[in-house]
Ligand binder design. Structure first.
Ligand code: SAH
Length: 480
């Protein structure tokens, strides 16, 4: 198989990055995987190989011969170019089926859970009723095109070229209004002073990103301008014009249930590094409050611009409810919530437990967690800053339930060892990466834990990602 050759193939699967995957038969009778951007499972298409490796190749979609049954017209006109939603050309039910299949495949292939056993214990994927307008956090890169027009939008898939965005159907609608109102302000200022907008290649210019966060239950919106400079370089006159534009934008929308949307805080984040990281280490508030409020399962949280907070509040409530169900608390238990972020899981469980301990590596998040406990009058939750694998040791007694919610790389092996040594009756594992989840489940299984229940949650509709919640118990204990 060589570059530029053309083949007809049928797409069978989709990669994490959203490319369609089909197979070609090699002369030796083996299967050769072909990744085709913009193709979806079920498509029969003519492709041209663009890059050929030993056992796989990348190809361009030349002609769609027969569209797959699940192919749909995406709601967003930028879907093909945007690096965010990689599956919008696939119907929502087909997206859900693929996510479930991906988790099942990982749990059987990597986790060693027999497929029949999995079929019996897995609950159907938790879908969104309306898989749009759900994201509470958006980050828009800012740049200028070759004609001097200010662009605020998104990076085209796998590149750093910025495409201007009119509307994004997965973010809160206030974002579209914000972009529409601040674009002319930035354009007028840029025409007077070209140094206003950041240029990634030359690492010059000031404004690099605009971040927004919306509290869906409070209607509060915070906007953060990420700048390559000191706060005073973001001039007072510009601040005022932007603040006016933001207020005008907010007045155009209402949140769910007729709740008014208000801009409650504007901040500057200082990032002078030549880096792909969006946020720098310093944030200063220039208008209003430095946090927004949001409520999950009756607990009110204050969230600062840089803290980790789940991006889909509707699905997060469902996920945390499932964590509580799997934990099955009756009031007398001690629970560890490892990788706790700002304490959202800890605090949503605290009222059903005797004591909750949260552990998290980011100091600011732990500060937020402690404040959030106080705000809600919860006095049986304690929070510790450090690595979960170092803080959680057998010197802290044996918990009745350990909840882990690690980042994509999964739990540290040392933590798995500690869990096995302590042998809590229940482990609830929340994961954003099915491969590392399956790896860890295998380790826990080797130590006597058995997967009792599992459910996939569609937190990131139209992308290939999902969350999975699992209950594991010691093999000789029952699930309830
Ligand atoms: N449970 C929280 C956060 C989950 S995200 C929620 O639902 O909102 C994973 C968290 O793990 C992040 O906050 C990250 O900062 C933290 N983290 C990453 N590595 C860690 C480690 N080794 N020990 C403790 N926390 C860690």
């Amino acid at each position: 198989m060589k570059k530029n050759e053309q083949y007809e193939i049928t797409i069978e699967d989709i990669s994490n990055e959203g490319a369609g995957i089909g197979h070609l038969q090699t002369d030796e009778g083996g299967l050769f995987a072909v990744f085709v951007k913009d193709a979806v499972p079920g498509d029969r298409c003519l492709v041209q190989l663009t890059k050929v490796k030993k056992s796989y190749a990348f190809a361009r979609l030349m002609k769609l011969i027969t569209p797959g049954e699940d192919r749909v017209q995406p709601l967003c006109k930028n879907a093909a170019r945007c690096g965010g939603c990689t599956m919008m050309q696939l119907s929502y039910p087909a997206q859900l089926a693929l996510k479930e299949k991906k988790v099942k495949d990982c749990l059987t292939r990597i986790g060693g859970v027999p497929a029949e056993e999995l079929d019996a214990i897995m609950e159907p994927i938790e879908r969104m009723e309306i898989p749009f307008y759900f994201r509470n956090k958006m980050q828009f890169p800012v740049g200028v095109d070759k004609d001097g027009r200010v662009q605020i939008g998104f990076y085209a898939g796998r590149t750093h070229s910025i495409i201007d965005l009119e509307r994004c159907p997965i973010g809160h609608p206030v974002n579209d209004c914000i972009l529409r109102h601040i674009r002319p302000v930035l354009q007028a200022e840029y025409d007077k002073d070209p140094n206003l907008i950041y240029n990634e290649e030359s690492h010059t210019g000031l404004l690099r990103h605009i971040l927004t966060r919306v509290g869906y239950t409070s209607g509060e919106v915070m906007v953060c301008f990420v700048i390559n400079g000191e706060p005073e370089e973001f001039r007072e006159s510009l601040r005022q014009k932007l603040a006016d534009a933001l207020q005008a934008a907010a007045s155009e929308v209402v949140a769910g249930g007729g709740l008014a949307v208000t801009i409650t805080g504007v901040s500057l984040n200082i990032n002078k590094e030549k880096t792909n990281r969006i946020l720098g280490d310093r944030t200063v508030t220039i208008f209003g409050a430095d946090v927004i409020r949001d409520t999950l399962l009756g607990v009110e949280f204050e969230i600062s611009p840089v803290s980790f907070y789940q991006v889909n509040p509707v699905q997060t409530e469902k996920l945390y409810k499932k964590v509580a169900e799997y934990a099955g608390l009756s009031g007398g238990e001690t629970v560890w919530d490892l990788y706790c972020g700002i304490g959202t899981i800890s605090l949503s469980l605290a009222r059903q437990a005797k004591k909750v301990f949260g552990v998290e590596i980011v100091p600011q998040a732990i500060e937020d967690a402690k404040k959030n406990a106080r705000r809600n009058g919860i006095d049986n939750a304690e929070f510790y800053c450090g690595k979960a694998e170092d803080v959680a040791t057998d010197s802290h007694g044996t918990p009745d339930c350990v909840v882990v919610d690690p980042p994509r790389k999964g739990c540290d092996p040392k933590l798995i060892e500690t869990i096995l040594k302590l042998s809590p009756p229940k482990v609830v594992y929340v994961s954003c990466d099915p491969a590392t989840l399956a790896r860890d489940i295998k380790l826990l299984a080797a130590g006597g834990y058995r997967l009792q229940k599992a459910q996939v949650f569609d937190q990131f509709c139209h992308s290939s990602h999902c969350e999975t919640c699992c209950l594991l118990t010691k093999a000789n204990d029952s699930a309830d």
